[in-house]
Design a protein around this ligand. Structure first.
Ligand SMILES: [Zn+2]
Length: 191
């Protein structure tokens, strides 16, 4: 089994559960943080037009509040990540903006999701030291998406009543509107 095959996808109900806080960064947690990075890169290597930007532990079916975020979104050669343990949104700021999002756990469906343009996050790094981050733009979006995962939310939950907000990727890597009947049949919505 390759690393990316460990990634679970909707309609797996585990993605709608709340993850637990990490109390001790033990060997199990250290191994998980490695596996999360490996799975993200392995997934990216299997996709021609996409970047594996970030992952939450629940996407490997491990319900811990851990997220890994790529350090460089624009250069696929830079395969390094930052790790955030028990990340929390301290404050949402700025305007609400709509932009495209995809998710390794929502296969081949993309959405235009409203998110705040700025966010303040508090977390621990992999050494257990407290970190505070002020993010804006795409990084702010990534934090909101990933911290949602730790709370059992998936991006489609924000747009389920907006039929025009769903997109699919064409063979040449463009996003095209996806018929809502097709979206509904994919089983990605909560019952
Ligand atoms: Zn996701």
């Amino acid at each position: 089994m390759s690393a990316k095959d460990q990634i679970i996808a909707l309609p797996n109900p585990h993605l709608r559960g709340k993850s637990k806080r990490v109390k001790v960064i033990n060997d199990e947690i250290k191994k998980l943080m490695q596996e999360m990075q490996k799975a993200t890169i392995d997934w990216e290597d299997s996709r021609e037009h996409e970047v594996g930007v970030a992952l939450a532990a629940i996407q490997l079916d491990k319900p811990y509040k851990i997220i890994v975020v790529r350090n460089n979104f624009d250069n696929k050669e830079d395969k390094s990540f930052s790790i955030f343990i028990n990340p929390e949104i301290v404050k949402l700021e700025g305007e609400v903006e709509e932009d495209y999002e995809g998710c390794l756990s929502v296969r081949d469906i993309y959405g235009k999701v409203p998110r705040h343009s700025k966010v303040r996050v508090r977390a621990m790094d992999e050494q257990g030291r407290e970190v505070r981050i002020k993010a804006e733009g795409f990084l702010a979006r990534v934090f909101q998406h990933e911290i949602d995962h730790t709370n059992g939310l998936v991006f489609v939950d924000h747009i389920k009543d907006k039929p025009e907000a769903f997109f699919e990727l064409t063979a040449d890597g463009k996003l095209e509107s996806m018929p809502y009947e097709q979206v509904e049949k994919a089983g990605i919505f909560r019952d």
